[in-house]
Design a protein around this ligand. Structure first.
Ligand code: FRU
Length: 543
């Protein structure tokens, strides 16, 4: 074999070397117009191990990331600077800053100091624009004598003029909510718990105020609100509006293990937050990403466009994160995603709010010959296929594709599996491919990693399942035709799938034996005339 290791993603944040897990301390520097991302980091090896640090990278376009060094280190080698968040203390409420630090760069981090004895919350501040941090002399600022107390996420709550903190009391299945005027003195206000999927523990909570986008599929909030009184009251009150846009609160809670697809995943609740209590509209939980590799989601403090709610998650899974075949470095983050709340109506009787994800990717289709395939109205048959091979020179390893497909239910013999498949083929190993497609029997999109890098897949039962993602049609027509849509991004060893404009997402790693080099793609169907690609686009991307 030429090389057993995967190529490094181009448009996703990766560590320069060593191990990375959760995103931490995400903030936007208004002075430099620069995004900062920190991450759980072991520079000394490619598996999770103590001492654990905060690594630091920056980006101006949220696609190209530049590593800056270690920002926070634990005090002891048997300990870790665990996950946490960062805020900009413009008004110097903490008193940490003097006038020499620009208000837009008064960054304060709050994080968990993990020792074998307990987990406590620390604050640190930076006077050099977020590169290094000074530990507050009276740390810890919170200590409840627990080994299961971590991942502080701080936001600024305009309405009550206070800092608000969510922190996980992990195996109690509780999210503790605190308030503070100065980031140092915290008052416990309430707790939210025993809701949604519990798994083995709650981790990495976060509250975010997310704009509501109306008018999707011809629906309006009035349809939505007629079904649910608590939602109705909320949207009729001034709490939901900042003068321009309607907003609602989202509470994120990651769980590990115990996710629906196995291992770790990020769930969320939609509701109201009044400065002390979070009250969900319903106790129903949802998963922001139905793939296997999307954990510990965190939102940025501020963004270039004020109404954007930007988020990043760790694109891996604790089930196998430390085993994936990469060399010298391990793990990547997801693409940055802008979050909105949209109306979503699987059936007209249950119109709901749903968190919608829009990827941010600053790359464009390559102009090279044969780098793009764009087709419309292709009726799929068992004899024809759409395919392309990419010449090595133009082949960056980054691709996007968009498929809008219609399903003519009358064409199917229900007794067997009817599907179309998009194969992403390995360059040198003809038996290796990633299979994606839609299967009418299950009414689901699927992703199958079972024929990727055999040495890895055969040792990892969690990696080789055909994963299904139930899909609602994007649109339906009176003649029984359902239409669906997927936008996909492939970057070396990660594929992100956005269905129906981001109402459902699935993020998954995959590995080939040859550095994750991709030869090209081909499509396949086992039924004549049942599927039509209304539109099919596949691009090699570059900068
Ligand atoms: C989640 C997590 C956090 C913790 C960090 C340690 O992936 O377990 O709860 O702070 O990782 O690296």
């Amino acid at each position: 074999k030429t090389d057993l290791y995967a190529g490094r993603p181009v448009a996703h944040l990766t560590p320069p070397e060593g191990w990375m897990n959760d995103p931490n301390g995400l903030w936007y520097d208004e002075k430099e117009d620069l995004y900062h991302a920190y991450f759980q980091y072991n520079p000394n090896g490619t598996v999770w191990a103590l001492p654990l640090y905060w690594g630091h990278s920056v980006s101006s376009d949220l696609t190209n990331w530049l590593y800056q060094g270690i920002a926070i280190a634990p005090e002891r080698d048997d300990s870790g600077a665990y996950s946490g968040s960062a805020v900009v203390d413009y008004n110097n409420t903490s008193g940490f800053f003097n006038d020499s630090v620009d208000p837009r760069q008064r960054v304060v981090a709050m994080w968990t100091y993990n020792t074998p004895e307990k987990e406590t919350q620390y604050v640190s501040y930076s006077v050099d624009g977020g590169n290094t941090f000074i530990s507050y002399e009276n740390n810890p600022v919170l200590d409840i004598n627990s080994t299961q107390y971590r991942d502080p996420k701080v936001i600024w709550h305009e309405e009550s003029n206070k800092w608000i903190l969510t922190v996980a009391h992990s195996q109690k299945y509780e999210i503790l909510i605190y308030s503070s005027p100065n980031l140092k003195d915290w008052k416990l206000e309430s707790s939210f718990g025993d809701q949604g999927y519990l798994g083995y523990q709650y981790e990495c909570p976060g509250l975010a105020k997310v704009p509501v986008v109306e008018g999707e599929n011809g629906l309006t909030l009035s349809n939505l609100t007629s079904n649910n009184t608590s939602v109705n009251n909320y949207f009729n009150s001034s709490a939901s509006s900042n003068g321009k846009v309607k907003e609602a609160w989202v509470l994120f809670i990651s769980i590990n293990p115990g996710a629906p697809q196995g291992g770790s995943a990020t769930q969320y609740f939609i509701g109201d937050f009044n400065g002390t209590h979070f009250v969900p509209f319903t106790t129903q939980t949802r998963f922001i990403d139905m793939g296997k590799d999307y954990y510990a989601l965190q939102c940025f403090f501020n963004s270039r466009n004020k109404n954007d709610v930007l988020s990043i998650a760790w694109a891996s899974n604790w089930q196998y994160g430390s085993l994936v075949p990469t060399d010298g470095w391990r793990s990547s983050m997801s693409l940055v995603r802008n979050l909105t709340l949209k109306e979503w109506a699987p059936n007209p009787e249950s119109v709901q709010l749903n968190l919608n994800s829009e990827p941010i990717l600053n790359m464009k289709p390559s102009k090279a010959k044969n780098a793009s395939t764009e087709l419309t109205d292709v009726l799929l048959t068992t004899k024809d296929s759409i395919s392309a091979n990419f010449a090595p020179r133009m082949n960056t390893g980054v691709y996007d594709f968009e498929i809008v497909w219609s399903v003519n239910k009358n064409a199917f013999n229900n007794s067997r599996l009817n599907e179309w498949t998009l194969y992403i083929d390995s360059q040198d190993y003809y038996a290796e491919y990633l299979a994606l497609g839609y299967d009418t029997t299950a009414g689901a999109f699927y992703i199958d990693r079972g024929n990727s890098y055999n040495d890895f897949v055969s040792l990892n039962p969690f990696f080789n399942n055909r994963e299904s993602i139930s899909l609602e049609p994007y649109s339906t027509s009176t003649n029984g035709t359902n239409t669906y849509k997927v936008y996909g991004v492939i970057d070396q060893n990660i594929v992100e799938l956005y269905f129906n404009d981001g109402s459902i997402v699935s993020t998954n790693l995959f590995f080939f034996s040859d550095h994750n080099q991709i030869r090209g793609f081909e499509t396949y169907t086992n039924v004549d005339g049942g599927f039509k690609f209304d539109s099919f686009k596949f691009h090699v991307l570059n900068f």
